[in-house]
Design a protein around this ligand. Sequence first.
Ligand SMILES: [Zn+2]
Length: 303
Amino acid sequence: MVFRSGRTRGTRRRRGGFRWQILLLFALGAGAYYFMNQKQVPYVCDGRYTEYAPDMCRKQLRTMALDKEKKLGLQSYVQILQDEQSRNPRAIVQGGQNYEAVQKIGADIARAAQEEAAELDFDWQFNLVQSEQANAFALPGGYTAVYTGLLPIAQNEDGLAVVMGHEVAHALARHGAERMAQQNIQKIVGAGVSLGTGGMDFGAQRAIMGVFGGVSQYGFALPFSRKHESEADFIGLILVARACYDPREAPKLWDRMGQAGGAKPPEFQSTHPAPETRVQNFQKWMPMAINIYNQNCPDKIRQ
Ligand SMILES: [Zn+2]
């Protein structure tokens, strides 16, 4: 109502214009929210690794309490596993060679992450799900699942460790909580845009909201999701090497994953960095990974 009072003082606004003051107000609110909630991302600013990847160090926007994040992670995990079980009563694999491999690799990755995960106090769980999907995920809290459809692409323990390391890295880096906070920013600015168009005709409102939707998706959400993928590749590679799996399998695994995309691409591929960027990244980070491996593991890799 503040803006309307201007009319009576003779600064009559043209009907149907965009009310920039409202957008500005909301943008300032979003900016304050953004700058007041910056948190350090684990691993990426660690002096042991930054010389190999100086461009990876960053802070992230995060507001959700860790307990709530883990609780949501567990809820989704239980829900997903129940859904799988209602589809196929034997969907949760209980034994056998592949099951043992997932348990062993999971335990090794969890141990490798111990240093940073201790304060997160993850309640690690690793399940193998009988399904044709070439998929795997790790939810906040360390609730991890591998689908049997992924195994032919993983091919060996090193490959499986690369995928599981990548998924666990998303959880350790709190990417889910960051995405939720980013959605809040989009909502705040979106509300400002929406209110700003309040006096405009319907067609113009829709056009402006459409442009906002595009900008916020392609200029904000997608670049961040590619950033998350590269970050999970980086942290995952550190975990794989610490856990004494061969980090040199990483570029090969993602290459196989890309090939296997086919009609129904795995979850990983929806928002990924270009394959060439990925290969270049792994080339850049591999000396680091081999160093970590050689410091931690009895049999050495020669470069
Ligand atoms: Zn990912």
